[in-house]
Design a protein. Structure first.
Length: 245
């Protein structure tokens, strides 16, 4: 049930030291595999940077490299920060995100857990720990992380989307549907993708009439996708509307 991880960095720490990153947009929809919800990810750090200005400047540089896709250089700087301050929560968290990006999810989870031990109040830490665990095939461990992230930042759509993804992987269908629906009004940017996921979940449990409006909405707003067209055709046929399919 796990698809690619999409970077959806909506903000990096909005503090006096690091400004929000302008011009960084998450990749748009590139087609959904059948019944495979998208995992959203962010390397945003929400906690206030508490270290000396030199480390704050180095972290800003590392985040810029990370955003630009220069992951090896960013990782080197995160590790350099940690050599000076082993308890730098942002650097631990962001290092974990880099490591997870190369599929070393268990190691990544270790770094992010260390960040959470230092600062349990940063929702994004819990979110990205959930991402590492979900990508590692551990939805039962990921779900509580996402639930904690949602509790800390209930208005964040991405947190609810990935929580719903974990529920799908656990076959907790009613909770998944409810959580996807809760995410829709929170961020219109993700609405079409959420509705694709909803359509897949509803279709999988035979709720074809409920699935169809979500698919139709998505088809009007997303680039053409063979998988999506096939899903719509299947639902239409299941509803006895074979001519439309």
């Amino acid at each position: 049930m796990i698809a690619r991880i999409i970077l959806a960095a909506d903000e990096y720490p909005r503090t006096s030291h690091v400004e929000a990153m302008d011009g960084f947009e998450p990749p748009r929809h590139q087609g959904h595999k059948e019944n495979r919800p998208t995992i959203l990810a962010t390397f945003a750090g929400e906690n206030t940077i508490r270290t000396m200005p030199r480390l704050a400047a180095k972290l800003t540089q590392a985040v810029g490299l990370h955003t630009a896709g220069n992951l090896a250089e960013a990782e080197s700087l995160y590790r350099e920060i940690l050599r000076v301050d082993a308890g730098h929560a942002d650097a631990l968290h962001l290092l974990g995100v880099v490591v997870s990006g190369r599929q070393q999810h268990d190691e990544a989870a270790g770094y992010i857990r260390q960040a959470i031990e230092i600062d349990d109040s940063a929702a994004v830490y819990h979110f990205n720990l959930g991402n590492a665990l979900l990508a590692d095939g551990l939805p039962a461990d990921a779900a509580p992380c996402y639930e904690r992230a949602v509790a800390l930042r209930p208005a964040e759509a991405a947190y609810r989307i990935n929580l719903a993804n974990a529920y799908v992987a656990l076959n907790r269908i009613d909770e998944a549907v409810e959580t996807y629906e809760q995410a829709i009004p929170l961020n219109s940017h993700y609405e079409a993708e959420i509705r694709v996921n909803l359509g897949h979940v509803l279709k999988s449990c035979g709720r074809f009439a409920d699935a169809l409006p979500h698919y139709e909405f998505a088809m009007q707003r997303l680039p053409a996708s063979g998988d999506l067209c096939a899903a719509v055709g299947f639902v239409l046929q299941a509803l006895g509307r074979k001519v439309e399919a």
